[in-house]
Design a protein around this ligand. Sequence first.
Ligand code: SAM
Length: 226
Amino acid sequence: MSAVTNTFENVKAIILSAHKNTTSKEKVNFYSSWAENYDQDVAVLDYRAPSLAADCISAHVSCEHEAAVVLDVACGTGLVARQMKKHGFEHFVGIDGSEAMLEVAKQSELYQDLKQCMLGEEPLPVHWGFYEVVVIVGALSDGQVPVGVVRDLCRATKPGGYICMTTRGNLDNLEYKSSLECELRQMEAEGLWTCAQVTEVKEWERAVSEQEDGYISGVVYLYKKL
Ligand SMILES: C[S@@+](CC[C@H](N)C(=O)[O-])C[C@H]1O[C@@H](n2cnc3c(N)ncnc32)[C@H](O)[C@@H]1O
């Protein structure tokens, strides 16, 4: 890891460079090239999604936190597990498409198991109906994980368990956000899960696009598997 903290302008340039990546594979390759500096660069953006998701999960999950098995999908370097550990969670299984992000997650020693998988292209390598908590943070957005994967997140969860998801409210992601919300409502109508909490956050992270200033908004969704 580099000892020098990046400037906001440098981090913005890194993220904007990824906008030319149109396929999920290209996006995941971008994350591989960013893996070593990811944690310190997202701190420059005030990236709070992992702690917001962990707080939301912790407030609702009534089983013993230390006994719960958590599936962290698109786990990246492990920021979500790090935040959940503060709330007493101890058992984590991580999945990500990027080997380099998984290597950083492995070094954190937070995960009992880490698996490489291209979400939306390969089947989820999990035990169905097994996990007390399934969480996906920072990856449900345009060009990353397709909306249809949320059905598998629900399938992987134990009945009575929780699925926590986040997405961004920036202009480029509005179409994706609206399809995601449509799918979440459709699955509720099908009796697969029930909505436990939706938290809209105005200051989600610092904006990096040319059309937006200040902070972009974001949302934490929490569903309970029926
Ligand atoms: C913004 S990072 C979020 C990582 C972590 N959850 C966090 O909040 O710090 C997005 C992660 O999703 C992974 N990712 C994006 N699209 C993916 C896909 N289609 N399949 C598997 N992983 C994907 C990337 O490799 C990256 O590690």
